[in-house]
Write a protein that binds this ligand. Structure first.
Ligand SMILES: *Cc1c(COP(=O)(O)O)cnc(C)c1O
Length: 392
């Protein structure tokens, strides 16, 4: 069957097309005035002193780790129920990760108590992920970090526009990292942003983003500088003007689109209840703060077969996904960190399915996903009750 409802979809229109065309006609493609404008507006939007645009969210996390001086001999606490980039960024610096378990079925974010259990004399930092755009327990985690003299990096890839007590996610820790990958709330294809209130860290990130050089091509072209020095081993993690232009238009739509995501989330929650959904759990019902509602995760009942559920949804033209296969189960991580057990993460990861969520999803589509989910669940339950051998 043809895909009727994808997992996510872009909200791109004439404004995005015009913005890209304008860049092409200005004939300046690499980082310049539009990137500066994007950085300034993004900094204002989250309420940070500094925003530095980069090539993607993974590079944002890597630069955060480098700017904080994380390196060999250091340990960093990270959740395992996240995209692999959160942990990879730490390993790039030759530091080691320690995985912390999540809170539970009702909240898929990292548990402050489990963070504390992972702290050793080598621990340098905590890398947090605001799963689905739902805030981690920041006041508690900030207090733990303060007591143990640890720095905090927020992987806010899911969370542009999310907040606790009017303070944006990404600005609670020392550094916040955003991703503008095409399925994120603010999409530029590839792209990312580092935000921080600490000017010392911002200067390091800016320098390391561009080879550790002291001036930019832009400055030299405009006669602000004629030569440069290289003061650190940096990278080329720059964004470009085309993507910054897309980012600006998308940023202007973000509040409206996040509001629509919240309405859709509420509609799902209203529809996914009652007898036909017995045993299904909806995480984050009691989450505090404002969510950016990046994805809509559900936990299937223990007696349902997830693959059968996802296939039955696909047969109805609906794409679903899994967020996430836990990082410590990947071959590379199994080999590097054998024998790790995270019981709550593992139990949740076995049952999780993500339903479609994007701002242009219509109410009638949401209702169709809900009805289809209840049908798919019936199929998935009867299959699990009568398991078919693999050879059939
Ligand atoms: C998307 C994502 C990233 C990586 O961002 P890229 O821009 O794809 O490099 C990192 N962490 C999380 C939680 C993500 O969802």
């Amino acid at each position: 069957m043809e895909l009727r409802i994808p997992l996510s979809d872009l909200d791109f229109g004439p404004e995005e097309e015009q913005a890209v065309l304008d860049v092409l006609r200005r004939r300046w493609l690499t980082m310049g005035a539009i990137t500066q404008e994007f950085e300034k507006e993004f900094a204002d939007f989250v309420g940070a002193n500094n925003a530095i645009a980069v090539s993607n969210g993974t590079d944002a996390l890597h630069l955060a780790a480098l700017a904080l001086g994380i390196g060999p001999g250091d340990e960093v606490i990270v959740p395992a129920l996240t995209f692999v980039a959160t942990a990879n960024a730490v390993l790039y610096t030759n530091a080691e990760v320690h995985f912390a378990d999540i809170i539970g079925d009702e909240n898929l974010n990292v548990s402050p108590q489990e963070i504390e259990k992972q702290i050793t004399s080598q621990t340098k930092a905590i890398f947090l992920v605001h799963y689905g755009g739902y805030p981690c327990r920041m006041p508690e985690i900030v207090e733990i970090a303060r007591c143990h003299n640890l720095v905090i990096v927020e992987d806010a890839a899911h969370a542009p526009g999310a907040a606790i007590d009017d303070r944006s996610l990404g600005t609670w820790g020392d550094i916040g990292c955003f991703s503008f990958f095409s399925n994120k709330n603010l999409a530029t294809g590839e792209g990312g942003m580092v935000v921080t209130n600490r000017d010392d860290l911002a200067a390091k990130v800016r320098s390391l983003r561009s080879h550790g050089m002291t001036t930019l091509t832009w400055d030299r072209y405009h006669g602000h500088a004629y030569t440069y020095d290289v003061v650190a081993l940096g990278h080329n993690y720059r964004i470009d003007e085309i993507r910054s232009a897309l980012g600006l238009v998308q940023l202007h739509k973000l509040a409206k689109n996040n509001a629509r995501r919240q309405v859709i989330t509420a509609r799902y929650r209203q529809g996914i209840k009652g007898k036909e959904f017995a045993g299904v759990e909806l995480p984050f019902l009691n989450s505090t703060g404002v969510s950016s509602c990046h994805i809509f995760p559900i936990l299937l009942p223990e007696d349902a077969d997830r693959q059968v559920f996802m296939d039955a949804m696909r047969a109805r033209g609906i794409q679903t996904s899994i967020h996430y296969p836990p990082i410590h189960h990947f071959s590379y991580y199994r080999k590097r960190y054998p024998g790790i057990s995270l019981p709550i993460t593992e139990a949740v990861a076995r049952r999780e399915v993500t339903l479609p969520l994007y701002p242009t999803l219509k109410d009638t589509d949401v209702d169709y996903v809900i009805v289809s989910s209840s049908e798919a669940l019936t199929v998935a339950r009867s299959c699990a009750a009568n398991p078919v051998p693999d050879s059939v």
